[in-house]
Design a protein around this ligand. Sequence first.
Ligand code: NAD
Length: 416
Amino acid sequence: MAEHGSIFRAMLQEFDEAARLLNLDPGIWKILTHPKRQIIVSCPVQMDNGEIEVFTGYRVQYSITLGPAKGGIRYHPDVTLDEVTALAAWMTWKCAVAHIPFGGGKGGVVCDPTRMSRRELEALTRRYVAEIVDAIGPEKDVPAPDVNTNDQVMAWVMDTYSMHVGHTSTAVVTGKPLELGGSVGRREATGRGVMIATREAARHLGRDLAGASIAIQGFGNVGSVSADLLAKAGAKIVGITDHRGGAYHARGLDIPKLLEHAQAHKTVDGFPGGEPLTNEQLFALDVDVLIPAALENQITIENASTINARIVIEAANGPVTPEANNILHQRGVFVVPDILANSGGVTVSYFEWVQDRYGYFWDESDVNARLEKKMYEAFHDVLQTSLKYKVDMRTAAYIVAISRVGTVTQLRGMYA
Ligand code: NAD
């Protein structure tokens, strides 16, 4: 998220602005700007060639004030403690904005999963979980998938934890396969939440989704589901890019055909129903809504002034840098921040945890109706706060989150 330097400091920059406006108590301010717990572990694994490798793993529980820590586990060669701590803090604010009873956490293992066999990945996952087993659990810390981890990795997490505690514990992790206590609707949840946030932002600005023109960066889980649901709601998805290229059609791309093309070719590039499109062209399109749904740091001081959209929905985590956010705000662009826009995913993770603890599972229409209600309420809580404090939606989302976590911290008092 930072244009340069520490990602955690970039998080603090956003936090401090909101805390000042809230007149936050200095003691609470100190507590909320320190991670509750940072765990560093070494995970020895015997590789397929017989050699031992030792992988460094992290689990950060930034806050457990509202409930168990919640957040994904990422496998990547560039994972650092600074990054994992910042991501755990963002999860804290995201869960508070979504108004679900979770704190924030994040995990990471420094490894390159693209160069590891399935057996090596399973051995690494099981050893990492064994190393942090005392710190996680349905009441303590509930991991989930993140970059380079998936439902199979979550199945190994769930099994390893269950072996250690001596009984099957499905609620220790979310994003599991359905057969192991996963939730219907989880795969589509983030995109569905993005659609709801886009619809509410458009309504607030006096527009209807039907006929609105939309450009989307990224056609993975979040981008493709968002595109599909927005198109079904009547919007025209005029441009989409991914890591290989992009497609443009002024009257709107045929999303079902594009989904088929992407399935077959693993990219939207070369789609016969549109013209080629680059990221640079996508960002400069004259559209009602721009949805960065791929990576962090995509809208920066370099290109913020080329954005022509009226609304930007941060479906990815951290796609707009703080400096670029200021430029967009000054230019009157309505930005819906990541901790609100993509919170549909963690909201349905919460539903998964609830269903596991009940041992009773809902059908998809129940999950979607409950998600609709939670997203609608979260969007309007943040919107009302932004109107009350006369601030942008990002600062307003922080104000909502900080006041919720701050109030509970104050009510619980100091244990000493
Ligand atoms: P994904 O891996 O399924 O898809 C990522 C997409 O981004 C792919 O289409 C890829 O081609 C594209 N992409 C990669 N590099 C690109 C580039 N340079 N230019 C254009 N496109 C590029 O990932 P996802 O699950 O869809 O997640 C996307 C973002 O949303 C990430 O920031 C993630 O952290 C965030 N997010 C995801 C979820 C979730 O539930 N999956 C929840 C919250 C936030």
